[in-house]
Ligand binder design. Structure first.
Ligand SMILES: [Zn+2]
Length: 246
């Protein structure tokens, strides 16, 4: 049994150039979200979203000069979103972080009883780097399980390395009992257009393009099976909590 619920954890205003090498300065408002998986081996959470400090202080992480501006309501906090579907933070057995940027690991501190699955290469890379603010994830009480390469998380749930956005970035491959395979790809693809064009802005563009191709191959080119990280148009079409994918 695996059931997927998508939970919105906020919005971010940022320039299109963040996502595409040929993108301009125009500001897009994009969603940030987490995926809750109910599995036969317990609850798995994919990414922990933006910290609610941004409700009142959008510039709390990167300051007023940043072109990246969170837009958050109180209901967007992951703890509130989980409560809306009857889940307490301590019920979550495993958290998978695609990577440790502030919009994907912002609430790691809310899950002191969970085991965090992150690629070991990514953990080592992110530690101490200002663009992976440790205040949200480098917390002594948390239990990180560094993994290398493809790793089983639960029955029908597996992490797959998809580097490029950052070293050791990973995606989550989920085989749903009725809907079949889906991929929660984190920032390996921000939008469906990244996958369609095979183009993406990334720290390592060559690796990122290989990851886009890998994701396409994982779903036999059926892009309706890929949940990209920050696509407003796709988000509007998807089912959100309390609806689920089974
Ligand atoms: Zn992101």
């Amino acid at each position: 049994m695996v059931e997927l619920t998508l939970l919105r954890t906020g919005l971010i205003d940022l320039p299109r150039s963040t996502f595409f090498p040929d993108g301009g300065p125009e500001i897009h408002r994009i969603p940030v979200w987490s995926g809750l998986l109910r599995t036969s081996e317990g609850l798995v959470l994919f990414d922990t979203g933006l910290h609610p400090v941004h409700v009142d202080r959008p510039d709390a992480t990167y300051g007023a000069q940043s072109t990246v501006t969170p837009v958050m309501a109180r209901d967007d906090a992951i703890v509130a979103r989980l409560a809306s579907v009857g889940v307490r933070p301590d019920d979550v057995a495993i958290v998978v972080n695609s990577h440790l940027h502030f919009d994907h690991a912002g609430n790691n501190g809310a899950f002191p009883r969970a085991t965090f699955i992150v690629q070991g290469e990514h953990l080592a890379y992110a530690k101490g780097k200002p663009n992976f603010p440790g205040v949200y994830w480098d917390i002594p009480e948390l239990t990180y399980l560094p993994v290398t390469g493809r790793s089983r998380v639960a029955r029908g749930v597996e992490v797959v390395p998809t580097p490029g956005h950052a070293p050791g970035h990973q995606s989550l491959v989920v085989d749903l009992p009725h809907a079949g395979r889906v991929v929660l790809c984190g920032d390996a693809a921000f939008t469906r257009e990244n996958l369609e064009r095979g183009a993406i802005r990334a720290q390592d563009e060559a690796a990122a393009k290989e990851s886009l191709a890998l994701i396409r191959s994982l779903v036999d080119d059926d892009l309706d099976r890929v949940f990209t990280s920050h696509d407003a148009a796709s988000w509007a079409r998807w089912r959100h909590a309390p609806e689920t994918y089974l």
